[in-house]
Design a protein around this ligand. Structure first.
Ligand SMILES: [Zn+2]
Length: 272
């Protein structure tokens, strides 16, 4: 890049050329720098268009750094919002509630400790359980997949217990009471194999509140959300449950938690 000039009489001319060359190089690097900044900004805002090779390479950098910070699985692509990538037909977003009853789903199951969960999320369950046990060693799995038949006997049993405890009540009153915390057959998402109850205590909402909050906070790292938060009763129709966690996938779980959305809220925002 620099030409040597040995002849003394050309020294002055040589200095001028060197000066011009340096100036030129500075200008080129300045233009290149500005272009680089502009392109990376462009790829962040317009993440849907991936025609530019520079933008796709810089977005793959973003996804690889986000992989380093996240310990769970899933979320194959990019920095797009789960609202853009998600679909109501995604297996991990299946909605089961009173308004969306499902007949027996027969998921493929694996037993962890003494509960059964959808085989696809076994690693997430194990990792979440291990992390929760770091918070409190007494944390354990209580309930996972339930068949429609099992949910039927469970629900009917609760109604009978409630009737026995409240002699003056009608069956309708007892049923309404039970439905605050338990769902009738075909309306419980335990049927999916994607929901589980996990706590230090064997009773609902009996966990130390600080422990419950700490566990709910790390849940999204493993793809889970606290499914029935106290602020979500209006959309879920179910009172606060400190132990019920639902797998929705890591990116969606983080999004829902950050935006204070229940699964019902999130699905209502999906366009497809
Ligand atoms: Zn539950």
């Amino acid at each position: 890049m620099q030409r040597k000039r040995t002849k003394k009489r050309r020294i002055r001319k040589g200095r001028t050329i060197t000066f011009v060359t340096v100036l030129f190089l500075l200008l080129v690097s300045l233009i290149f720098g500005i272009q680089k900044v502009f392109l990376s900004k462009n790829s962040k805002t317009a993440s849907t268009s991936s025609s530019l090779s520079t933008s796709s390479s810089s977005s793959s950098k973003v996804s690889s750094t986000s992989k380093q910070t996240s310990s769970g699985s899933s979320s194959s692509s990019s920095n797009q919002s789960p609202l853009e990538t998600g679909s109501k037909s995604d297996w991990q977003l299946v909605l089961v509630n009173l308004k969306n009853k499902k007949p027996e789903m027969n998921p493929s199951l694996t037993t962890i400790d003494n509960i059964q969960m959808d085989t696809r999320i076994v690693q997430n369950v194990q990792d979440f359980l291990a992390a929760a046990q770091q918070i409190d060693s007494r944390v354990h799995l209580i309930s996972g997949y339930r068949s429609v038949a099992y949910q039927t006997s469970l629900f009917n049993g609760y109604v009978q217990q409630t009737l026995a405890a409240n002699p003056g009540w009608t069956e309708a009153e007892a049923t309404a009471e039970v439905m605050k915390t338990s769902q009738p057959p075909q309306a419980s998402e335990h049927e999916t194999g994607l929901a589980m109850d996990m706590s230090t205590a064997d009773e609902l909402n009996a966990e130390d509140t600080a422990t419950a909050a700490a566990i709910a906070k790390i849940a999204p790292d493993y793809g889970f959300v606290l499914r029935f938060p106290s602020w979500g009763t209006a959309s879920t129709g179910i009172d606060y449950e400190d132990w019920h966690f639902r797998y929705v996938g890591e990116a969606t779980a983080k999004y829902m938690t950050a935006q204070n959305l229940t699964l019902e809220d999130f699905l209502a925002k999906l366009s497809k």
